[in-house]
Design a protein around this ligand. Structure first.
Ligand code: ANZ
Ligand code: ZN
Length: 788
């Protein structure tokens, strides 16, 4: 009799053995076909691993183990996205240097990840905060600089007065800092940018070639925001100045009742000698400066603005005179920063006109007050009767406008006035300007003896040793760039480094990149990945166009794990006290139970609540599989062999399509059947099917039946087609729950056929004559119950 399954000792035993045997090491020289399976590498926070990490990492682990068993050489690495604000904020709070708290968090993450039995190749571990890694992040910066893809420019940036830093737009929610809730201000600063806009069309085009969730592709597309429209010029009466507007609806030009400028539009300043209400206009523009673009474009917000008294624009299509407004719903950074307003056909204009008592002029046939669709033109002079699509070109041509394409995508602002990041490898010389640090001088080491309390300048400015250097070009006194890079830069290329993590000559050799990339399967959360994915794709496209790589998309197949909610259905959060700590589950039930449980919660990509009750169910599965060692019989029944073959087929297909929960359901069906008796050979096969999900348990069973090398190096079982299709199973037939007979049919038989066969059984036939069947319960391969 086997003893109780002691997860603590068994899991530890195999983890140690896998480590000492290097069971999951990746062989660069293997001739097997490759498979690169990657997780979005974690930010090592002090809080440790959460349930969502476990979900994603288990899913890729199942995929990696399955691929190995199917003859693939698998690259399955992990590392740390270690720079960033939280470590720095923590440092400020506790006076612990970020290096220290980060390394501590990493060792905790590592311990936790190892306790889950995840099959990473630890020899490839990387950390973005190590000089060996960030030397190449700096090298990439210089590469972009050399190719005119990195530049410096003054820019209005979101500024958090509390965190004393520039924030990216996505770090600002409803006008406040995402991290500390302080109201964000707008400030003008010299900043570094990457010219991602140059790749807008390629970033759009590439979406057609990759296997990603449609919603994620749509988010990328939205962010890039390509828009085809026209630029149309409105002259200003009695003045040689003019307003150029960008519109996607030139077909509505006859419906324009006013024109609107963004508060920061340079014409506003230029027109002050004719503007009669200068003071009020200046006040309005100043106020608008405090708002972020995001705040300004929120739908349904009161559309406020101010008319420019004394300024009249002329509609070029009919010479009608219209007033000119300044309003902050028009953004200075999009299109031309000016719009022609058509309140009858644009919702924002409709709201604004209502508020300001401006007239409406309908120019597309419809019965709505504000109709935004296309249609037949009315009130449009010679163009009346024309269809919108045709009219767009015709009217643009008629007024001498230009057909143009605009993008919402802006260049990527990469500089941060923070300490805990990669130093930007530039030296500023009064004579030579911005001079790149020579490649042989990389890395520019982040000094550790620095006071990182933020003041608005980068803390690096106050490190004299760091700051004062000689100019690489003229040798004169110069100063180092003291800004660091956005952490998104670090994570834009890490997947390349895993192919060749210890290379000292280049970020990754072309041979090894060719061998391993692109990533075949990438899994991570959907919530925060829009920009990461866009930036990583941008880097790959740059490298491709410069001839460094043969591929131009980094992640061939992408899937997201759904969020795991707390038991109460709310988001897990420290403040709500409803966080599940994976350590507790591993301790009490074991890693295999946690893995199995999370994979069985539901489809990978959907949001799902935690359930402590169901954890015990997963644990019971483990115990029952282990007890099969006692249920062994000399031979398998035909019926069991059939179910086992079914299971080989179904589990294989389900893992391949990442339907991990239904794969587990099938394993449960097979387990039920196996409890009536299973041969040692079949138990070995069953253990292999369980192996990707519960690697410790399966290894234990595998060794217990007499094997002496790891199950994780075995081949995935093949199913026997003849067993699947041939032979038949005995299915009991009951009426109202009472057994009345049995029939021999093939497992695949569907309900209708099964009923037909059952009707041929005399007792059943008799019982069914002259009665109405109310309901049928049919369990394939087992039972047919007819309710009358
Ligand atoms: C007149 C018009 C009439 C418009 C109509 C729409 C409907 P997308 O598709 O996102 O590119 N627009 C142009 N520049 C703007 C700016 N800087 N800030 C705010 N809005 C701006 O949107 C293009 C449309 O958004 C343009 O077409 C313009 O309004 C507005 F029945 O022009 B439209
Ligand atoms: Zn110089």
């Amino acid at each position: 009799m086997v003893s109780k399954y002691d997860h603590k000792s068994i899991e530890k035993k195999w983890q140690d053995k896998w480590e000492s045997d290097n069971t999951y090491g990746t062989d660069d020289t293997s001739a097997k076909p490759k498979e690169y399976i990657l997780d979005m590498f974690p930010y090592p926070s002090g809080a440790g691993l959460h349930a969502g990490h476990v979900e994603g990492y288990t899913a890729t682990d199942v995929a990696a183990r399955f691929a190995r068993m199917n003859g693939k050489e698998v690259l399955h690495p992990i590392g740390w996205d270690a720079f960033g604000l939280p470590a720095e904020n923590y440092a400020i709070k506790t006076k612990t240097p970020p290096q220290e708290s980060t390394n501590k968090a990493i060792s905790n993450f590592k311990r936790q990840i190892k306790s889950l039995g995840l099959s990473y190749d630890w020899s490839r571990e990387i950390g973005t905060h190590t000089p060996e890694y960030y030397r190449w992040t700096q090298w990439f910066f210089l590469l972009l600089y050399k190719h005119d893809l990195a530049y410096r420019s003054k820019a209005k940036v979101n500024w958090c007065p509390k965190d004393q830093t520039v924030l990216a737009n996505e770090q600002v929610t409803d006008g406040v800092c995402e991290r500390c809730g302080t109201t964000v201000e707008q400030k003008s600063l010299e900043q570094w940018f990457f010219k991602i806009t140059k790749y807008a069309d390629e970033l759009l085009g590439g979406l057609g070639t990759i296997d990603w969730p449609e919603s994620t592709k749509a988010a990328q597309k939205n962010w890039i925001g390509k828009s085809e429209g026209s630029e149309i010029v409105f002259p200003i009466r009695g003045n040689d100045k003019f307003i150029s507007v960008f519109t996607t609806r030139p077909d509505t030009l006859f419906g324009v009742t006013y024109v609107v400028l963004a508060p920061e539009h340079k014409l506003v300043e230029e027109l002050f000698d004719v503007i009669e209400n200068e003071k009020d206009v200046r006040a309005y523009c100043k106020e608008a400066r405090h708002k972020t673009d995001l705040e300004r474009s929120i739908d349904g917000k009161d559309k406020k603005g101010i008319v420019l008294e004394g300024v009249i624009a002329i509609n070029p299509v009919n010479n009608e005179e219209v007033p000119v407004y300044v309003a902050d719903y028009v953004l200075g950074t999009y299109g031309t920063g000016a719009v022609m307003a058509v309140p009858a056909h644009d919702e924002r204009d409709f709201e604004f006109s209502k508020k300001n008592g401006l007239p409406l002029k309908k120019v597309i046939v419809s019965t709505d007050d504000c109709y935004t669709g296309h249609g037949e033109l009315v009130n449009s002079g010679d163009f009346t009767g024309m269809e919108s699509l045709e009219a767009k070109t015709a009217i643009t041509e008629f007024v001498g406008g230009k057909i143009v394409t605009k993008y919402r995508l802006r260049d990527w602002l990469v500089s941060r006035q923070r300490y805990w990041g990669v130093p930007i490898p530039i030296i500023h010389c009064e004579k030579c300007g911005a001079v790149p640090v020579p490649e042989e001088d990389l890395p520019v080491i982040l000094p550790e003896d620095v006071d990182f309390i933020p003041t608005g300048e980068s803390p690096l400015t106050r490190s004299k040793t760091f700051h004062n250097v000689s100019c690489p070009a003229c040798g004169g006194l110069a100063r180092r760039e003291s800004d660091t890079m956005d952490t998104f830069v670090c994570s834009s290329w890490y997947y390349l480094r895993f192919a060749d993590p210890h290379n000292k000559q280049i970020f990754a050799s072309s041979e090894l990149m060719k061998k391993w990339l692109p990533v075949d399967l990438y899994i991570g959360g959907a919530e925060h990945s829009v920009l990461h994915l866009l930036y990583a794709r941008f880097f790959t496209k740059v490298l491709h166009s410069l001839g460094y790589t043969s591929f131009d998309e980094p992640f061939q197949k992408l899937r997201h794990q759904g969020m795991i909610l707390a038991e109460d259905g709310r988001k897990m959060s420290k403040s709500l006290g409803n966080v599940v700590n994976p350590d507790d589950i591993v301790y009490e039930y074991g890693a295999d139970t946690l893995r199995l449980y999370e994979m069985f919660m539901g489809p990978l990509d959907v949001q799902k609540p935690w359930s402590t009750k169901n954890i015990s169910g997963s644990r019971r599965f483990i115990d029952r599989v282990y007890r099969l060692l006692e249920n062994r019989t000399e031979k398998d029944s035909d019926q069991f062999l059939k179910i086992l073959n079914e299971t080989i087929k179904k589990v294989g297909e389900d893992i391949a399509s990442l339907k991990l929960n239904t794969a587990i359901s099938q394993l449960m069906i097979c387990l039920n059947a196996a409890e009536n008796g299973i041969s040692t050979k079949s138990l070995s096969t069953f253990a292999k099917l369980v192996a990707p999900f519960a690697p410790h348990l399966s290894e234990e069973v595998w060794y217990s039946v007499g094997n002496s090398s790891s199950i994780h190096k075995e081949d995935w079982p093949k199913y026997d087609e003849t067993v699947l299709t041939s032979g038949s199973v005995a299915v009991a037939v009951s009426i109202n729950g009472k057994r009345r007979g049995e029939m021999s049919i093939s497992f695949e038989t569907n309900e209708e056929e099964a009923l037909n066969v059952a009707r041929k059984i005399p007792t059943i036939n008799k019982a069914l004559s002259d009665v109405k069947i109310k309901r049928i319960v049919y369990v394939q391969g087992r039972i047919l119950n007819i309710v009358i």
